[in-house]
Design a protein around this ligand. Structure first.
Ligand SMILES: NC(=O)c1ccc[n+]([C@@H]2O[C@H](COP(=O)([O-])OP(=O)(O)OC[C@H]3O[C@@H](n4cnc5c(N)ncnc54)[C@H](O)[C@@H]3O)[C@@H](O)[C@H]2O)c1
Length: 269
């Protein structure tokens, strides 16, 4: 009987097995990246947590996910993320999963005067593109080089529903960068498909994280967002856990180039 026909593979334990997988998560010190990291750690992955916030990263490596390695890296620096991945390969011999998750807020959406087109500031624009777009690509590239050579791996990129359609809550730079990331995922999925390297995106809706300096954690400030969500609430970070585990696991063996919305129904409208 071939491995694929083995009925035991259909147990949740086998379908979602990630134990021992060498896994890097960027933006691991907060919000969705932390939830992804906790999920992978809870299921036995061999984790390297990457973030530019060294203080928070250290705290998480000591208190929340003890045993996880940490690396302070700015993903907007392609050489830095490449060196980090090369170092993991040198020490562990392989990289199985890369979560390219680090990102920043684009600031005010177009529903607010500060977000109107005439007020877009190019210094802020450049920061968002450097981290959310170039940083995501640099992270994909750093992982793909090795995954191609080892003929296997998973890359999961945190995009956004703000990259899938226009929205009053989204800033121009954020909309541009996240749309770019969605198509970078498809592009990389095509090139890497025959190398058994699968590349997918998660597109979250609104989640209660530290994005944007804590505005999303503020009940009153986020009340107007509820009306934009069919489920009438924001997501909590752990609600990203299931799809992240899926995309890293054997259950996703035939999934590549896909975008998974986790948005309480926003994009169904
Ligand atoms: N929270 C939401 O509503 C939402 C919605 C859609 C998409 N996203 C995306 O989810 C991802 C995670 O964001 P979050 O909501 O958890 O926010 P967050 O601010 O809670 O966490 C982001 C983490 O990324 C780190 N980071 C930022 N820039 C970095 C850089 N240049 N190099 C390394 N680390 C960096 C931060 O220090 C922080 O720890 C981002 O890509 C964001 O765009 C979030």
């Amino acid at each position: 009987m071939s491995k694929r026909e083995d009925p035991m593979l259909l147990t949740a334990e086998r379908l979602f097995a990630v134990e021992g997988l060498v896994t890097i998560v960027t933006g691991a010190a907060s919000g969705l990246g932390l939830a992804i990291s906790r999920t992978m750690a809870a299921n036995g992955a061999d984790l390297i947590l990457v973030d530019r916030n060294e203080t928070e990263l250290r705290r998480i490596g000591e208190e929340i996910i003890p045993g996880a390695e940490i690396a302070t890296v700015d993903v907007a620096d392609p050489d830095a993320i490449r060196r980090t991945v090369d170092d993991v390969i040198a020490r562990k011999g392989r990289l199985d999963v890369m979560f390219a998750n680090a990102g920043i807020s684009g600031g005010a959406g177009i529903r607010l005067p500060q977000g109107h087109i005439e007020n877009v500031d190019f210094a802020a624009w450049n920061d968002v593109i450097a981290i959310n777009q170039t940083g995501a690509f640099a992270t994909i590239q750093a992982a793909a080089r090795h995954m191609k050579a080892q003929r296997g791996g998973r890359i999961v990129v945190t995009a956004s529903v703000g990259g899938l359609r226009g929205s009053a809550a989204t800033a121009y730079a954020y909309a541009a960068a996240k749309a770019a990331v969605v198509n970078l995922v498809r592009q990389a999925a095509l090139e890497l498909a025959t190398f058994d390297v699968q590349v997918n995106a998660i597109a979250p809706g609104f989640f209660r994280t530290g994005l944007g300096g804590g505005r999303l954690l503020d009940e009153a400030a986020t009340a107007p967002l509820h009306a934009m969500v069919p489920m009438n609430r924001l997501g909590i970070p752990d609600e990203i856990a299931g799809v992240s585990l899926l995309l890293a696991s054997p259950a996703a063996s035939y999934i590549t180039g896909s975008v998974f919305t986790v948005d309480g129904g926003i994009t169904a409208a």
